[in-house]
Design a protein around this ligand. Sequence first.
Ligand SMILES: [Zn+2]
Length: 57
Amino acid sequence: MGESRCPMCGLPLIEDAWEVFEENDKDGSILLDSFSALVCPGECGYYVRLSGGTHED
Ligand SMILES: [Zn+2]
């Protein structure tokens, strides 16, 4: 199985637990969303969500 590479800078992606803060537009509250992701170790900030969270894709 080939490893995934960052489409931005070509570095091998690392599977990791990832967390993002999301602001709720309705009431301005901040939600912490955590999920498994493939994360670029470089400085481009690229990641792709693997599972968890509430988004459809
Ligand atoms: Zn990258």
